[in-house]
Structure formats: C-alpha cells, structure tokens
Design a protein around this ligand. Structure first.
Ligand SMILES: Nc1ncnc2c1ncn2[C@@H]1O[C@H](COP(=O)(O)OP(=O)(O)O)[C@@H](O)[C@H]1O
Ligand SMILES: [Mg+2]
Length: 280
C-alpha cells in the first residue's frame, strides 16, 4: 500500500503537485523521545514588536510542565499559537509526530485533543454542576458524535468519572453559581476533561484561590498528568514548586532557562531578569 509519505515523495520527485488526505510524518521529529508537543523556531510579531523570538519548547507525553515568566514574556502568545488563535510568522508546532498545528483553526485544534482553560471561569452559573458537564460533553462532537437529548450510559459514566476527578461528586446537583471560586475553576477543568483531551493548557489556575483550594488544585493537576499532558502558566511560585517537575522560564519571547525549580531559581540569568524583580 502506498503511504502518504510515498505519495509526497513521488510527487516531489516528479515535480507535480499533491494533496494530503492525512498528515505526513515529519522526519524532523525524534521518535525515540516521546514528545507530544514540539515547538521550534517560533516567531510572532505585533506591529514590529517581537512577542515570540525563535522559541523552542518540547513537552513530553504525560508531563506536567510549568511555564513562568514576567508579564509580557510571551506566555499567552505561546498558548495562542498552540491553540490556533494566533498564526505565527514562522516556526513549527507539531502535536505528536504527525500533526502540524500551524494554520489549523481553533476548532480543529480543539478536536485534535488540545483543551485550553482561560484564567476566568466561564461556567453556566444558573445550571447545575452536572448539567454544565453534560453541556460540555454534548458540545464535543468529536468524541460524542450523536447529539441526543438523553445521555447514553457511557456519557453518564464519563460525567460521573469527571465529577470524581475534580472532587465535585457531592456538588453535582448544586447550581454552579453557588460554588466557591476554586470549585468553579475545577468545574471548568472538568468541562475540558469530559472530552478526554490529550493536552491541557491551563492559565493561572490558582489566582484568587484560598490556600486550601490551591493545595487541592496542585493535587488535581498532578493526578491528571500521566493520563494527560498538562502545561500550566502560573505566577504563584510556591504552587509551581509544589507541582512542577520541569519549569520553563520565558523571557522576551524566548526560553531563558529550563529545569527543576531549584535549578531554575539558582540560574544566574533567571535571578537577574525575573526573580530579581520579586526581591526588588
Ligand atoms: N494582540 C497583540 N497586539 C499587540 N501586542 C501584543 C498582542 N498580544 C500580545 N502583545 C504583546 O506581546 C508581548 C507578550 O505578551 P503575552 O504573550 O500576553 O505575555 P505574557 O502572557 O507572558 O504576559 C507583550 O509585550 C504584549 O504587550
Ligand atoms: Mg499572559
């Protein structure tokens, strides 16, 4: 059988055009490493201002990665590029080994299994916790194609499972509007989880949370890693220390340092440009 790669190679050799009906394997990727998200040489400029500057980032499958960096470092712009909201000027973004994300729509990227949680919770306050999850699940046609009025047993099971993961089983029949701020954030994470995303991008999950909620969120995100790959943007250093195995520091649109929290905090460049600001 002729693979897509064969087809492309034949067309290139013959100098003819070709159309892809499936993504083509990119030999740029090292398949011996289990990289799920591959960002290389990413550049984005806004009216001449370089928001991302030749940025490289590699996230392994199942990893929990924290992204830190001062305001304006490019964290949100990076998330915007990964999720198809912003088109980079140049550079590669691959999801897994075969899926080139650049040029795809936000909806398409979401369907491929990338969920994004924005900072502000956007749950439906006038509906119950359960119904919020039901709505999220029904709107996800990639995983649950038949939009039926009645939930299937399988769908109900998935909602129950997610309720348990986010710790809101006992709150299932409460109105979402009556939840605490922290619980609303967990519900919103749950609304992404019903679709079983492979990659979860989470922007400042613990902003405004109590100490106890922050601790619970650390447990939740840690428990999601493995089954999912989780990238967290966060300013709360204690929180980052409590969850991160690897921390990536962005500065002026590039990666300034990467490693364990200790390694990063002791990095001279980081101390100068980022942590120095806190000390000042
Ligand atoms: N749509 C835009 N138009 C112009 N400048 C932008 C836009 N989005 C972001 N920027 C600029 O790009 C830089 C990086 O922003 P951002 O990615 O939001 O940083 P962070 O999330 O790390 O705080 C900032 O200087 C910001 O002002
Ligand atoms: Mg931001």
């Amino acid at each position: 059988m002729e693979t897509t790669l064969h087809k492309v190679r034949r067309a290139i050799l013959a100098g003819t055009s070709y159309e892809l009906d499936e993504p083509v394997f990119t030999p740029k990727l090292d398949v011996s490493h289990e990289v799920l998200l591959y960002v290389e040489g990413l550049n984005v400029s806004f009216d001449g201002f370089q928001a991302l500057n030749d940025l490289n980032l590699y996230i392994n499958d199942g990893e929990l990665r924290c992204l830190i960096g001062a305001n304006g470092a490019g964290k949100t712009t990076l998330m915007d590029c990964i999720t198809g909201k912003t088109m980079p000027d140049s550079g590669d973004i691959y999801f897994g080994q075969t899926l080139d994300l650049v040029g795809r729509s936000e909806a398409e990227i979401a369907r491929l299994g990338i969920g994004r949680k924005f900072q502000k919770p956007t749950v439906f306050e006038a509906h119950t916790v359960f119904y919020n999850l039901e709505l999220a699940l029904k709107s996800d046609k990639a995983v649950w194609p038949a939009l039926r009025l009645q939930l299937s047993g399988e769908q109900r099971d998935r909602i129950e499972e997610v309720l348990s993961i986010i710790g809101l089983t006992a709150n299932a029949n409460m109105l979402a509007g009556s939840l605490s701020h922290g619980q609303k954030q967990w519900l919103e994470i749950g609304m992404l989880l019903v679709a079983s995303p492979r990659l979860l991008l989470v922007d400042e999950p613990v902003a405004g949370m109590t100490a106890q909620e922050t601790e619970r969120t650390a447990e939740l995100l840690t428990s999601l890693a493995g089954d999912h790959t989780v990238v967290v943007v966060e300013h709360d250093m204690e929180f980052v220390r409590s969850i991160a195995r690897t921390v990536t520091v962005l500065h002026q649109g590039s990666v300034l340092a990467e490693g364990s929290m200790d390694a990063v905090q002791n990095n001279a460049d980081v101390r100068k440009v980022y942590l120095g600001e806190e000390a000042a």
